[in-house]
Design a protein around this ligand. Structure first.
Ligand SMILES: [Zn+2]
Length: 121
């Protein structure tokens, strides 16, 4: 018996390739670049960033799915749907869903086309 199916192993290998690509492409946490509007549209409003970590945790980077894989299965394999965040800002995004959505770091499945047009939220 195989502990991991061939299909699952292939998916894990592909995810690792996507992770490496996204980490290299972004060159670090994109939270503040996003907040400053340097990555396209952001619609955050006054107050959204109150309490957001001011400094990144550069020692701990995560590849975050802007459209969560629970919402769009396979999104973890689509580089356009992934960004690099440090663990600190990654945790903030998942604890501040509405704010992260306005910032463009979380999106709904119907926002998919916006990414495929080459525009990152
Ligand atoms: Zn950060």
């Amino acid at each position: 018996m195989r502990p991991v199916s061939k299909k699952r192993a292939a998916t894990l290998a592909e995810r690792e390739r996507v992770r490496e690509h996204v980490l290299e492409r972004d060159g670090g946490c994109v939270f503040w670049l996003t907040a400053h509007g340097e990555r396209g549209r952001t619609e955050w409003i006054e107050g959204d960033l109150v309490g957001a970590p001011t400094a990144c945790d550069w020692g701990a980077l995560a590849v975050h799915e802007v459209i969560q894989r629970s919402v769009r299965p396979g999104s973890e394999l689509e580089p356009d749907l992934c960004v690099t965040l440090c663990q600190r800002h990654h945790a903030w995004c998942h604890e501040h869903i509405a704010e992260a959505t306005r910032l463009g770091l979380l999106a709904a499945s119907w926002d998919f086309d916006k990414f495929k047009e080459g525009r990152r939220l």
